[in-house]
Design a protein around this ligand. Structure first.
Ligand code: NAP
Ligand code: ZN
Ligand code: ZN
Length: 349
């Protein structure tokens, strides 16, 4: 076993602190990855604070992992030592159910194995994520980082990138569509870049007036402040799609009123408490309310290749691991520009 420096939360009330975990040497079909960068997703914060229930402690978060292959098992065919690779939100699934066969492992009928805060399928105990210096993963759950993508700014693509790319594709966003992105954080800023690259006309709906210039620089065509109630009158029935990436409870009905007839609102944010939806908000214009969960391995690779082809990566603020608790506090205030990424070298210093 490899003794591996990491940062963990001891329980839902404690800040993250240094610890040491064990990583196994790679099995025949596995690769051992030296982690270089790990993005900080709001889901890390939800889970560390046990806001979704069922949290497993101690917890080492992190599911936006980029690094280089350090060792390969004897049966590994897809990767070689030195390759730039990524790991996203899951590291295993049953591999046999209809969803796994369809390449939608995130919907595995037996449940995907999360990169952290999950139990490994081989009974070896809890999984630990990317706030650590290395990880061992089956080659079928590892992504190739294409040439040309900066490795630090590519890390957030492994969750924020695929979580926004997948629904834009699945629900058929096309050139010329009117797309609103609610919440300009990690997911939101990727939704803006990706929807704009697909040719949509993008409007950012934000609680932070201070993000107006950034929204336009990221590729949005318009910005509207949602603390101003007049926005909801002015933009009524304006959008074909709304991508909602808000992490805290908010009024879905107000946003539904902004959809055109037959428009679709896609929930990505997972607030800790449910919110009521008025039937009339859907019925009156035959609107759809749906959701989407990350994306499968095949589509994640497709997204990475799309990003490389379009010169798209995240806008990041690179931090040392020692600053992680401050980063969480800033994320809670919406003060994210637009993804914190941990320089994992800081774990070894
Ligand atoms: P984030 O970087 O913290 O961004 C969330 C944004 O939501 C904030 O920047 C803020 O944007 C807005 N916001 C926050 N509180 C708000 C409030 N009370 N009312 C209105 N807007 C508010 O978070 P993230 O990493 O993008 O994640 C967003 C959500 O998606 C989280 O709940 C996360 O768990 C979830 N998630 C889901 C999936 C999936 O597969 N579906 C994958 C990853 C993450 P403005 O300042 O622009 O208002
Ligand atoms: Zn995430
Ligand atoms: Zn399965």
């Amino acid at each position: 076993m490899h003794a591996t420096p990491a940062y963990a939360a001891a329980d839902a009330a404690s800040p993250l602190a240094p610890t040491t975990i064990e990583r196994r040497p790679p099995g025949p079909a596995e690769v051992l990855i030296d982690i270089l960068y790990c993005g900080v997703c709001h889901s890390d914060l939800h889970q560390v604070r046990d806001e979704w229930g069922g949290a497993i402690f101690p917890m080492v978060p992190g599911h936006e992992i980029v690094g280089r292959v350090a060792e390969v098992g004897g049966a590994v065919t897809k990767f070689a030592v030195g390759d730039a690779v990524g790991v996203g939100c899951f590291v295993d699934s049953c591999r046999h159910c209809a969803q796994c066969e369809a390449g939608e492992e995130q919907f595995c009928e037996q449940g995907m194995t999360g990169t952290y805060n999950a139990m490994a399928r081989d009974g070896s105990g809890p999984t630990y994520g990317g706030y650590s210096t290395r990880i061992t993963v089956d080659q079928d759950y590892v992504l190739r980082i294409p040439e040309g993508l900066p490795l630090d700014a590519a890390a957030p693509l492994l969750c924020a990138g695929i979580t926004t790319y997948s629904p834009l594709r699945h629900f058929g966003v096309e050139a010329g569509d009117e797309v609103a992105v609610v919440g300009l954080g990690g997911l939101g800023h990727m939704a803006v870049k990706l929807a704009a690259a697909m040719g949509a006309r993008v409007t950012v709906l934000s609680t932070s007036e201070s993000k107006r210039d950034d929204a336009l620089a990221l590729g949005a065509h318009a910005f509207a402040a949602t603390r101003d109630k007049a926005t909801f009158k002015a933009l009524a029935k304006s959008f074909d799609f709304i991508v909602d990436s808000v992490s805290a409870p908010h009024d879905y009905n107000a946003y539904l009123s902004l959809l055109k007839t037959d428009g679709t609102m896609i929930l990505l944010g997972i607030p800790e408490t449910p919110a009521p939806v008025a039937a009339a908000a859907l019925i009156m214009q035959r609107r759809r309310l749906t959701g989407s969960l990350i994306g499968g391995i095949r589509e994640t690779q497709e997204m990475l290749d799309f990003c490389a082809g379009h010169g798209i990566a995240a806008d990041i603020e690179l931090i040392d691991i020692a600053d992680i608790n401050t980063a969480y506090a800033r994320m809670l205030k919406g003060d994210v520009h637009y993804r914190f990424v941990i320089d994992i070298a800081s774990l070894s210093r």
